[in-house]
Design a protein around this ligand. Structure first.
Ligand code: HEM
Length: 517
């Protein structure tokens, strides 16, 4: 018996070895540079290392690869199954993948699609297809239905008053801490704020049954899906045993969403004007696209909830961590903001899109934050058929990681990348808006840096659906805070990143607020 098992294992190992040697050495990627080091998870399995309390290994790895000129435009790891994992480290390469590669092709379908592993994991987590894990036509109709409410024309009038109201609430929390002299952990404040905003906009009301999930704070999935069991192959991760960590909480979340959808539907029916929509759920229901199966809408709402809060909250926190260490920058921003918004108290309805548009320094601040702390550090993509990436042929069947973190910390593009320098994003006085030539051959200089695309929100067909919502929140909160307060970072607070799906501040961000005159 024992010898048969050993024989079987030996045969399996031989098959794996032949497969590995064949895939590795017949690949057009042969001879391409390999990352010098990196965790076993990345270089041997092509997987994201599970989060742990030590260093941010994933960021360090991506930055090192991005900063190494020899690994430009791509570098390659091979998993033990011989599948190439290709890191794309140049803007040209990333555009080839995300813009050209994801473009619709009449007969053959797009050259690349969402990364295979992330797709499976997300499918598992959300308990079915959704905007975040579907591909092809199944993704396209969802995008078509869900995008319009997130475009500025619908988004801003529906949501800016509520965002401004939420910003004002955060300011009063800061005022309490100002008076008792203690620092406040802003990542928690911003997580509540962004969670309130996305829920309000999804369902169009503040009166949701948060009791169904045991309180607003529990509107998170928990990270059971990052557990070891979720990563097990051969469908083991689909078993009830593997999902036991997060299935119960997902079901409670879905109960909450079913209830919230019913509330949104009823309030839309009660409206006089049924042709316009004040929330995402109303627009989605009216499209009729979910009539065949309401559970598909539940999955999409769950996806939007998760995509819509922590990315923006952590970006705000990193932004405040930089501002709090840079009083001169605060004063520079303050001058512009005070001129536009006037002295506090600023009523929520006095914050208008026109005023926010007059704050280019605020734009530069959030762009520099997203450069230095991109919420999503790489974009995983699966290659359907051979694709040319900045001159290199990447064979079908490979996985690609577009290395956003490495690109944005590349000193050839962003000199002195560790420095938080908002001037990178400020157009020179001679700049004429709309004068955007093709940027493909551009080499980046301080004069044209502001034209570098917003890769942190990713490019192409799958670009971030909530980009305008995130920017609305970022602008409103940064402007409101700087208009009222001076900030300093608690001296013991070390700012470090940790990746738990998105980049978060590992030790939180503890800020002292001091009211301006
Ligand atoms: C600073 C804030 C944010 C950043 C940096 C960000 C970044 C990104 C990135 C990089 C992706 C692509 C992920 C991938 O392809 O693997 C993405 C996709 C997406 N984001 Fe965001 N995001 C932010 C905020 C939001 C918000 C507020 C929402 C609101 C609902 C949202 C909804 C989505 C959705 C639905 C997708 C999938 C789009 C598709 O595949 O069609 N995001 N985002």
């Amino acid at each position: 018996m024992m010898s048969q098992v050993l024989k079987g294992l030996g045969a399996l190992a031989t098959v794996l070895l032949i497969n590995y040697v064949y895939r590795r050495f017949s690949s057009p990627l042969i001879g391409r540079p390999q990352p010098k080091r990196g965790s076993f998870w990345i270089t041997r399995l092509g997987l994201v290392p599970p989060p742990h309390d030590g260093d941010d290994m994933l960021s360090e790895f991506l930055i090192e690869v991005g900063q190494d000129q020899h690994q430009s435009p791509i570098s390659v790891c091979h998993s033990i199954f011989g599948t190439p994992l290709v890191l794309v480290n140049t803007l040209k390469g990333i555009k080839d993948v995300l813009i050209d590669g994801q473009a619709k092709h009449k007969t053959l379908g797009p050259r690349v699609q969402r990364g295979e592993m992330i797709r499976r994991i997300q499918n598992l987590v959300f308990g079915g297809p959704s905007i975040n894990n579907a591909v092809g036509d199944d993704w396209r109709w969802r995008r078509h239905v869900l995008l319009p409410p997130f475009q500025p024309r619908q988004l801003v009038p529906n949501l800016l008053p509520y965002v401004a109201e939420q910003a004002l609430e955060a300011m009063s929390l800061f005022a309490n801490h100002d008076s008792n002299g203690s620092p406040i952990e802003v990542d928690d404040v911003f997580t509540d704020l962004t969670m309130n905003v996305i829920n309000y906009y999804l369902y169009g009301t503040k009166d949701l049954n948060f009791g169904l999930v045991g309180g607003r704070k529990n509107l998170k999935l928990g990270l059971g899906f990052q557990s070891f069991e979720t990563w097990l192959p051969f469908g083991i991760n689909e078993t009830s045993w593997a999902q036991r960590g997060y299935r119960p909480s997902r079901e409670r979340l879905k109960d909450f969403i079913r209830d919230a959808l019913a509330i949104a539907e009823k309030s839309h029916q009660d409206r006089d004007d049924k042709k316009t929509y004040d929330c995402v759920a109303a627009a989605a229901l009216a499209s009729g696209k979910y009539d065949h199966d309401r559970e598909e809408l539940v999955n999409d709402m769950l996806s939007l909830t998760f995509a819509g809060y922590d990315t923006t909250a952590h970006t705000l926190s990193f932004c405040f961590s930089e501002l709090a260490r840079n009083p001169d920058l605060q004063d520079r921003l303050f001058e512009q903001i005070r001129q536009v918004l006037g002295p506090p108290p600023v009523a929520p309805d006095a914050i208008t899109p026109e005023k926010l548009a007059q704050l280019p320094l605020v734009t530069a601040v959030y762009r520099e934050t997203l450069r230095k702390y991109p919420a999503v550090v790489f974009i995983p993509v699966h290659v359907n058929r051979d694709t040319v990436v900045d001159g290199a042929v990447v064979p079908g069947g490979s996985e690609i990681w577009c290395n956003i973190r490495g690109l944005q910390m590349n000193p050839d593009i962003f000199p002195d990348p560790e420095k938080f320098n908002i001037d990178r994003w400020i157009p020179p006085a001679t700049f004429v808006p709309g004068d955007e030539n093709s940027q493909d051959d551009i080499s980046w200089t301080p004069e044209n840096q502001h034209r570098f695309p917003d890769v942190s929100f990713t490019l192409g067909q799958h670009s971030c659906l909530g980009k305008h919502l995130a920017i609305l929140e970022l602008r409103t909160v940064i402007a409101s805070a700087i208009n009222q307060y001076r900030m300093t970072l608690a001296p013991w607070n070390k700012i470090e990143t940790k990746i738990v799906l998105t980049t978060k501040p590992k030790n939180g961000v503890w800020v002292h607020f001091d009211k301006r005159e």
